[in-house]
Ligand binder design. Structure first.
Ligand SMILES: Nc1nc2c(c(=O)[nH]1)N[C@H]1C(S)=C(S)[C@@H](COP(=O)(O)OP(=O)(O)OC[C@H]3O[C@@H](n4cnc5c(N)ncnc54)[C@H](O)[C@@H]3O)O[C@H]1N2
Ligand code: MOO
Ligand SMILES: [Mg+2]
Length: 615
C-alpha cells in the first residue's frame, strides 16, 4: 500500500516564482490519480545540490514510499539533480530511466540530453523526471504501470506475507532447525530457572530498553496525526486573530467618546474587509468575529445600546445611544489575542489531540512529522489452536482468540500489527514462526508456551536459537506470572520480543501493562496508564501475588469516589472477566494479616479503557 509520495520541483525559476511551476502540479495530478489514498507532499526548491540532497534524505527518513523530482536533469551547469540523487540513493534502478529514455526518443532526439536517475534509499523509490510539463506527462506514462509493483517489492510485502502464511499456517514441514532438545522430558527442570522480578523492575526494564529505539519519523496529514507523538516543533506563522476582532455582536466605538449618542457610520460583518477609520462620535455595527475598523478600540454589545434614529424604511440604523461608557479594549480580541505570532503550537514529544489538530489547521499546517512506532507482529503458539474462522473444532482443540484480541487492542491504542498466524509447539516450527515475524517487524508479540510444561518452548528457543537476552522471564503479578521480555539481534537489527502467557486474560493484561507501554516509550511518550484511587464495590480476596483485577468503574453523584466492580471469577482463562471493564485494580499481595479487602476499601486503579463507556 502506497501511503506517502512527494513531488519535488527543482528549478531556480520556479523557486523564485511558484506560479511558473507547471511540471510539478502535473506530476502531482498523475500521482493523485494513481495513488488516490496516498498522502501527497509537494515542494519547490532551487537547483542547489546541497538542498536537493537534504530534501531527498528528509523524505526518505520520513518513510515516504516514492519521491518524484522534476527539473534539473539537463546539461546546463545548474542542472545537478542527478548528482544529488546519486549521492542519496543506495541502489540504482537503471531500467526505469532506460525505459523512459527509449520511449522519449521515439518522440524527440532531445531525450538524449536527459541525465535522469532512478534509485532506492532504504524503503523509498526516487525517480528523476525532466522539467517540462510535456516531458513529465510522457515519462510518467512509461513508469506508471511499474510503480505500484516496484514499491511493493521494495517493502517486501507480497513475498513475505505469503511466505508466512504458507509456512506457518499450512506447511508444517518447514526447513528450520532448532538447538532445543526436547527428547529428555524427564530431565526438564522442576523449578523455573527464571528469577521472579517485581512489577516495578519489569516496567523499568521495558522503559530502559525501549527508550533506545532509534527515532524513526514519518510525515502524515494533521488528521492522521491524531494520537501520534509529534517529532517537530511547529510555531504560529501568523497571529490569531490576524486582525483586531469583535467578541460581541454590537457597535465598535472609540472608548474616549464615553456614553451617549453615536452616528452609525457603517456595518461590518465577519469576513468583511476593514473599512475607513472611525472618527470621534461615530460607531460601526459589528458582528462577533468581524474586523474592527481602524480607530475603534472597544465594542459595546447590542444589549447595552438603544436605537435613536433609523431610516424610514427601517433598513438603516442612523444613530444609537451607548448606554454605559465602555472601557478601552472592551470586548475586543486584539491581533494575536488567542495565539501570538511565533507561539509554539505543538512541541516535539507532545501527543496530537483534536484541539492541537484544530489549532494546526487554523494555522495553515496540513502535514506534521510524527514518530513512527516500531512495527509489531503477532504470533500465536500452541498445538491445540485452530483459526478463529474454523467452523468445526478437532478433539481437544480450541480457536485462537489471542491474536484477534491483541490485534484490536493494539489498534484501539493506535498501533497496527502484522498477523503471523499460529506456530505449532515444536522447536523448529517456533523458530520458523519467530524468524518469519522478525523479518517483518521490530517487535514480536507472541502468546503461549512460556510456563513449565514440556511444550512450553518459547524461552529455550529464544535463548538457544536466537541468542536472545532475557530482560525478564517471570514477574510477580497475577495474571501474567511467566510473562517474558527479550531482545535479540536478527539480520543485523535489534528486535524486541514480548512472549506473553497463553491464557487469554494473562495475554490481555500483559499486553496492556507491557506491550502498549513499550510502544509508547519507543515513540518518546510516557508509557504508563493514569492511576485513580477508587473504592471496591465488594470485598476482594487477595492472592499471594499482586493482582491486576479487571473492573468496571461506576461514578455516583452521592459518593466521594468511583466504585469498582469486578466481573465474576478472575481466573486467567476467563476473558469474560475483562469484558466491559475500564480499569485494572492494583490489588496488593496477601500477607498473613491481610487476606482480603472489605467492600469500600480504597485501591489504586490503572485507567486502561474509556471511562465514558461504562460509567
Ligand atoms: N507447573 C506450572 N504450571 C503453570 C504455571 C506454573 O508456574 N507452574 N504457570 C501458570 C500460569 S500463571 C500461566 S499464565 C500459564 C501460562 O501458560 P503458557 O504461557 O505456557 O501457555 P500455554 O501453556 O501455551 O497455554 C495456556 C492456556 O492458554 C490457552 N491458550 C494458549 N494460546 C491461546 C490462544 N492463542 N487463544 C486462546 N487460548 C489460548 C491454552 O489452550 C491453555 O489453556 O501456565 C500456567 N501453568
Ligand atoms: O499468571 Mo497466570 O496468568 O496467573 O494464570
Ligand atoms: Mg504452558
Amino acid at each position: 500500500m502506497v501511503k506517502a509520495v512527494a513531488v519535488i520541483t527543482i528549478s531556480d525559476t520556479c523557486f523564485k516564482d511558484n506560479t511558473k511551476d507547471t511540471s510539478g502540479p502535473a506530476l502531482a495530478d498523475f500521482v493523485k490519480e494513481l495513488f488516490p489514498e496516498a498522502n501527497l507532499h509537494t515542494i519547490i526548491i532551487p537547483d542547489e545540490r546541497e538542498i536537493i540532497e537534504r530534501e531527498l534524505k528528509y523524505f526518505c527518513e520520513t518513510n515516504l514510499d516514492l519521491v518524484l523530482t522534476t527539473g534539473g536533469t539537463g546539461l546546463t551547469p545548474r542542472d545537478v539533480t542527478p548528482e544529488a540523487t546519486k549521492a542519496v540513493i543506495q541502489r540504482e534502478v537503471p531500467g526505469i530511466t532506460m525505459a523512459v529514455t527509449l520511449a522519449s526518443l521515439k518522440k524527440t532526439p532531445m531525450a538524449q540530453l536527459s541525465r535522469a536517475v532512478a534509485g532506492i534509499r532504504d524503503k523509498t523509490l526516487i525517480v528523476n523526471f525532466p522539467g517540462s510539463k510535456k516531458a513529465v506527462t510522457e515519462c510518467f506514462e512509461v513508469v506508471k504501470p511499474i510503480l505500484p509493483h516496484a514499491i511493493s517489492l521494495i517493502h517486501n510485502e507480497v513475498a513475505e506475507v505469503s511466505y508466512i502464511h504458507n509456512n506457518m499456517q499450512f506447511n508444517h514441514t518447514c526447513m528450520h532447525s532448532s538447538n532445543v532438545d526436547i527428547s529428555k522430558v524427564a530431565l526438564r527442570p522442576r523449578e523455573s530457572p527464571f528469577p521472579m522480578i517485581e512489577m516495578a523492575d519489569a516496567w523499568k526494564a521495558v522503559d530502559e530498553v525501549m527508550s533506545e529505539w532509534k527515532e524513526r519519523l514519518e510525515i502524515v496529514t494533521i488528521e492522521e496525526g491524531l494520537g501520534r507523538v509529534v517529532a517537530q516543533t511547529l510555531h504560529a506563522k501568523e497571529p490569531m486573530p490576524p486582525f483586531p476582532a469583535s467578541v460581541k455582536d454590537g457597535y465598535a466605538c472609540l472608548s474616549i467618546d464615553g456614553a451617549g449618542v453615536r452616528r452609525v457610520r457603517t456595518a461590518v460583518t465577519a469576513g468583511d474587509a476593514p473599512t475607513a477609520p472611525l472618527c470621534a462620535g461615530q460607531c460601526a455595527r459589528v458582528n462577533t468575529g468581524a474586523a474592527l475598523p481602524a480607530g475603534a478600540d472597544c465594542v459595546v454589545q447590542v444589549e447595552d445600546t438603544r436605537l435613536v434614529a433609523a431610516s424610514d424604511d427601517g433598513m438603516t440604523e442612523l444613530e444609537v445611544e451607548i448606554l454605559k461608557a465602555p472601557e478601552p479594549q472592551q470586548d475586543v480580541r486584539n491581533v494575536g489575542f488567542d495565539i501570538p505570532m511565533g507561539t509554539v503550537l505543538v512541541d516535539k514529544g507532545q501527543i496530537l489531540d483534536p484541539a492541537k489538530i484544530g489549532i494546526l489547521a487554523g494555522a495553515g499546517y496540513q502535514n506534521v512529522t510524527v514518530r513512527a512506532p516500531p512495527k509489531v507482529a503477532l504470533l500465536s503458539t500452541g498445538n491445540e489452536l485452530q483459526e478463529p474462522s474454523d467452523v468445526k473444532l478437532k478433539p481437544a482443540h480450541i480457536r485462537d482468540s489471542n491474536r484477534t484480541m491483541l490485534r484490536v487492542l493494539l489498534k484501539e491504542h493506535g498501533y497496527d500489527s502484522i498477523d503471523c498466524g499460529i506456530a505449532r509447539d515444536t522447536p523448529p516450527e517456533i523458530v520458523a514462526g519467530i524468524a518469519a515475524a522478525l523479518k517483518l517487524a521490530d517487535v514480536l508479540v507472541c502468546t503461549g508456551g512460556v510456563s513449565m510444561g514440556e511444550k512450553d518452548l518459547l524461552k529455550p528457543v529464544l535463548l538457544k536459537d536466537f541468542n536472545a537476552t532475557l530482560h525478564y522471564g517471570r514477574v510477580r503479578m497475577k495474571p501474567g506470572k511467566p510473562c517474558t521480555f527479550a531482545t535479540c539481534e536478527f539480520e543485523g537489527k535489534k528486535k524486541y520480543i514480548f512472549a506473553l502467557p497463553g491464557n487469554p486474560v494473562s495475554a490481555y493484561v500483559c499486553a496492556l501493562l507491557f506491550v502498549i507501554r513499550a510502544l509508547r516509550v519507543a515513540c518518546g511518550a510516557r508509557g504508563g496508564w493514569a492511576r485513580l484511587r477508587v473504592r471496591l464495590a465488594h470485598a476482594a480476596q487477595l492472592d499471594p501475588r499482586p493482582e491486576y483485577a479487571r473492573a468496571a468503574l461506576e461514578l455516583h453523584d452521592d459518593r466521594d469516589m468511583p466504585y469498582a466492580t469486578m466481573l465474576g471469577s478472575q481466573c486467567s482463562s476467563r476473558l469474560l472477566s475483562a469484558c466491559g471493564t475500564n480499569v485494572l485494580l492494583e490489588l496488593p499481595a496477601a500477607t498473613p494479616s491481610l487476606q482480603r479487602l472489605p467492600a469500600g476499601a480504597v485501591v489504586p486503579a490503572l485507567v486502561t479503557g474509556r471511562l465514558d463507556f461504562y460509567s
